[in-house]
Write a protein that binds this ligand. Structure first.
Ligand SMILES: Cc1cc2nc3c(=O)[nH]c(=O)nc-3n(C[C@H](O)[C@H](O)[C@H](O)COP(=O)(O)OP(=O)(O)OC[C@H]3O[C@@H](n4cnc5c(N)ncnc54)[C@H](O)[C@@H]3O)c2cc1C
Length: 388
């Protein structure tokens, strides 16, 4: 029976990053995914500066034209109001997940991960550390890294459900016709296109990725929101609408159990304001492999989870800080304050871009926003954050 230090379930950004890091540290690793690659993944494909740094560090992949298109201009809207435009901001990059994830997988396999993509898991004995594939082959492992996405069957097996219905996000997306964009074509963000969420239009050469997402519980009419948004953008609904859950600010406090580490979406690591998840997925995958290496070297697999929990604390803290700020942008009573403050402040708009580019983190953004807010809005925000 093939026996691995790590079996990594899921070969998206989180799983392939875990495999890359594991191989670099000399661990044996099997990458299992039910899908054959390349495979579709619903996603805007916006790659932030933070994500680009993780890509370079873990995969040695730079921002090259075969995978990325760079954009430097932005437009922000709220309902029918243009809140402002920004030109020449720190660059952000657009990619197609079909190609992007395939490339990450190729890198992980070239680094020596064993390839079990295109294999469904038939049975999984978490206690024994064994899983049997539909092909009949059984794989044994000492630690499992579960990178099996937002609907993580592993998280469900460990905790009874992969996520909470109260906090989960949901997004709809289409690939609309390409408008033959140039580097100057703006990326468009529409705050409030969905309740407690936003809409986006990402102009790419191949297509225009248009979508909206928000808290699932607050958007029973998500399809109607999308139809209205497409009408506003002047795009007919010619392409097929696809939907997907996304974790939206509720990371698992302990990301795993026993010898199982949850990474990426399976651990709930998506920013609840920007929707950024790829960077956190890559980062957490690599951190899990590092924790696994230390634990295996110490001959104590039980050490991996506490080490990994500590290592991912800054990601969970950033998500918690984003949650504090979220009512300011998304709650209806505060939207007039937000619109006035955001529209009137180039600094705040630039701060938002620096947050996306990875040059600024939430504590600084929180401080700077608080200084600009009218007192009434600040009181409301503090009360909302403390749950009053
Ligand atoms: C509409 C939408 C737009 C988004 N836009 C952006 C964006 O622009 N920028 C950004 O940074 N983030 C964005 N995100 C979030 C981002 O897509 C995720 O955070 C990211 O893909 C998480 O990576 P992951 O590796 O954890 O999971 P995934 O990429 O979901 O990969 C999970 C893998 O696990 C496999 N799997 C699942 N179940 C099993 C099983 N039982 N057995 C074996 N394999 C299994 C799947 O086949 C899949 O390959 C968006 C999300 C959505 C829904």
């Amino acid at each position: 029976m093939p026996d691995f230090d790590l079996v990594i379930l899921g070969a998206g950004p989180a799983g392939t990053a875990a495999a890359m890091q594991a191989r670099r540290l000399g661990l044996t690793a099997a990458l299992v995914d039910k899908a054959e690659f390349p495979r579709p993944k619903l996603c805007g494909g916006l790659v932030t500066g933070r994500c680009a740094a993780h890509l370079a560090e873990i995969f040695g992949i730079g921002i090259t034209p075969d995978l990325f298109e760079t954009r430097r201009n932005f437009e922000f809207h709220l309902h029918d109001q243009l809140l402002g435009t920004l030109e020449d901001v720190p660059p952000l990059h657009l990619t197609m997940r079909w190609d992007f994830d395939h490339r990450l997988l190729q890198e992980a396999l070239a680094a020596g991960a064993a390839d079990y993509t295109g294999h469904r898991v038939e049975t999984h004995d978490l206690a024994a550390g064994r899983l049997t594939l539909a092909s009949g082959e059984t794989l044994a492992y000492r630690l499992l890294i579960a990178a099996d996405g937002v609907q993580s069957p592993t998280a469900k097996a460990l905790f009874g459900q992969p996520f909470s219905q109260n906090t989960i996000g949901f997004a709809l997306e289409i690939e609309g016709p390409s408008q033959a964009p140039t580097e100057a074509t703006p990326i468009r963000i529409d705050f409030a296109a969905a309740n407690w969420g936003y809409g986006w239009s990402f102009p790419k050469k191949q297509s225009t990725t248009i979508g909206l997402g928000g808290l699932h519980a607050r958007n029973p009419q998500m399809k109607a929101h999308l139809a209205a948004y497409l009408a506003k953008l002047g795009t007919g609904q010619t392409a097929k609408v696809k939907g997907h859950f996304l974790p939206f600010g509720a990371p698992k406090p302990i990301p795993g159990k026993g010898n199982v580490l949850l990474v990426g979406d399976a651990a709930g690591l998506v920013d609840p304001i920007t929707g950024e998840g790829i960077g956190h997925a890559i980062h957490s995958g690599a951190l899990a492999a590092r924790a696994a290496k230390i634990a295996l070297d110490q001959g104590d697999t039980g050490r991996a989870l506490p080490l990994y929990t500590t290592a991912t604390k800054p990601i969970r803290r950033a998500i918690a800080q984003a949650r504090m700020l979220r009512p300011l942008i998304f709650s209806k009573p505060l939207q007039p304050f937000f619109a006035r403050t955001f529209a009137g402040s180039t600094t705040l708009k630039r701060d938002y871009m620096h947050l996306l580019s990875g040059d600024m983190e939430y504590p600084a953004l929180l401080r700077r926003t608080a200084l600009r807010l009218p007192r009434a809005a600040f009181r409301y925000l503090s009360a909302a954050a403390s749950g009053n």
